[in-house]
Design a protein around this ligand. Structure first.
Ligand SMILES: Cc1cc2nc3c(=O)[nH]c(=O)nc-3n(C[C@H](O)[C@H](O)[C@H](O)COP(=O)(O)OP(=O)(O)OC[C@H]3O[C@@H](n4cnc5c(N)ncnc54)[C@H](O)[C@@H]3O)c2cc1C
Length: 442
């Protein structure tokens, strides 16, 4: 019987363990709680939800809804537990977090192929890990410090990031192109950036809204940890009314083709993907509450109807630069036999982390049993998420949740609602074909 050690009994670790164990692989799952806890974990059970109790939208018109369907089809324990412990939440899937953790802990602890050891693993060279056929590191965004250091040494230099500074991503076809214009600083012919010009009144009202907007309160452990280079946009606004206009919103080098003049300030949108279907709001990492982000960022001329594919956030996060550190199988290039799963790979979100663990458990189990499973195509939600980890090696690799912007664009232009449906239908068809060809149908 092949043997796999997993470090971390969170969402990714549990779904990976389940897939491996169900395929007849012997799993030892190391979880440091209750002996030691991260700054956010408070309970003793496995698969603890540290913040919200929501797994977000359901249904194929949302990428996260598709991911749920795909995970369920692949036998995800996390999805099974979510449905078993669901609480009413409108169109979203939310759970009773205590029952959810209890359900998963019970299933994992009673599985004949899984041994749970409550112990912190502090190094990739730990004795407990030797002689295994594979080791999975699923220690999450708040992984133990010693393990993090050991991983950092293995990966090499600074390829392990410690702070999330995430700016929102919006859908390209929700921008008003009669107001926004293409061009880089001094280069109006460039089409790498789309620019939203502001006049003085619009700028000042926007800065005031940033100051007044409701923010997420930092937890004790998150204080004073921002790098100067990735300050939240509202923190910059607090430094002075003109700080943003002299910083990320600097208009120098731009002429608004609609007025023939230099705008007072400019918000730049950077292309997020090759298909040009999504933009990142440059410099807009933020701690504003989600509804506030939508309200305030829609004050930007051209973004009045912006559709947000991802909202901004900042919190401590530990993740590798996946395109550089990991190969296609999620194995550390510099340490064969050691794999990463969950948020530490650069996926973002509860279900994304679980999905990553599920995929690693499933694909690794097949490999250990002598068979390869093809990675799901990028038209599917799981394939899009895994594809994000294999983007071109890039210094600015950032975590992402699953969204339609990670999928290949659609050939035809269509209205928002129809477009979402089209992404959903295509994903379902491609997934059904893939799961059939891969011989994974339950
Ligand atoms: C403060 C915070 C709030 C978040 N809120 C949300 C949210 O509301 N919604 C959302 O979708 N996502 C949220 N996330 C992002 C992410 O989805 C969660 O962190 C998610 O739990 C990640 O899953 P995971 O399995 O990768 O890691 P985790 O669920 O964190 O699991 C990792 C496990 O590994 C254990 N561990 C760590 N180091 C070691 C070690 N050295 N030895 C043994 N065990 C170890 C930990 O105790 C933990 O149980 C949040 C993240 C943070 C940091």
């Amino acid at each position: 019987m092949a043997e796999v050690a997993i470090i971390g009994g969170g969402l990714a670790g549990c779904d990976a363990a389940w897939q491996l164990a169900q395929a007849g692989i012997s799993v030892t799952l190391y979880e440091m709680k209750p002996e030691k806890r991260s700054e956010a974990h408070t309970e003793d059970g496995l698969a603890e939800l540290v913040c919200s109790n929501s797994f977000r939208a359901t249904g194929p018109a949302a990428a996260i809804g598709l991911l749920k369907e795909e995970m369920e089809a692949l036998g995800s324990l996390v999805m099974e537990a979510a449905f078993a412990t669901q609480v009413p939440a409108g169109g979203a899937l939310a759970v009773d977090r205590a029952l959810f953790s209890e359900y998963i802990t019970g299933k994992i602890e009673s599985h004949e192929n899984i041994t749970v050891v409550r112990k912190e693993i502090t190094s990739l060279d730990a004795e407990e890990l030797s002689g295994r056929d594979a080791v999975i590191i699923a220690a999450g965004p708040l992984a133990g410090v010693d393990l993090t250091e050991s991983l950092m040494q293995t990966v090499g230099d600074a390829r392990l990031y410690f702070y999330d500074a995430i700016a929102p991503i919006i859908s390209a076809d929700s921008v008003d192109y009669s107001k926004a214009f293409w061009g880089s600083r001094w280069k109006p012919e460039d089409d790498d950036y789309l620019n939203c010009p502001m006049d003085e009144d619009e700028y000042k009202a926007f800065v005031q809204a940033l100051l007044d907007g409701e923010k997420v309160k930092p937890r004790e452990f998150e204080k004073e940890k921002h790098f100067e280079a990735c300050l939240p946009v509202e923190a910059m606004a607090e430094r002075g009314e003109m700080t943003l206009a002299f910083g990320p919103l600097k208009p120098v080098g731009f002429t608004d083709p609609n007025t023939g003049e230099r705008p007072f300030a400019i918000v730049q949108l950077r292309l997020e993907n090759k298909d040009r279907t999504a933009f990142n709001l440059v410099g807009f990492q933020t701690k504003l509450k989600y509804p506030e982000q939508k309200r305030i960022f829609r004050m930007i001329p051209g973004l009045e109807n912006a559709e947000f594919l991802r909202l901004g956030s900042i919190h401590r996060n530990t993740y590798v630069n996946a395109p550089q550190a990991l190969d296609e199988t999620l194995q550390l290039r510099k340490r064969p036999g050691f794999y990463l799963a969950g948020q530490i790979t650069g996926v973002e979100g509860y279900l994304e982390s679980a999905a990553c663990g599920l995929w690693l458990g499933l694909s690794l189990a097949h490999r250990l049993n002598g068979r390869e499973v093809a990675v799901p195509p990028r038209e599917t939600a799981l394939g899009a998420l895994l594809g994000h980890l294999r983007t071109e090696p890039d210094k600015e690799f950032q975590p992402s949740n699953v969204n339609f912007g990670l999928m290949p664009g659609l050939e035809k232009k269509m209205k928002k609602k129809l477009r979402k449906e089209a992404y959903g239908i295509r994903a379902q068809e491609v997934f059904a074909a893939w799961i059939g060809e891969a011989g994974l149908k339950g």
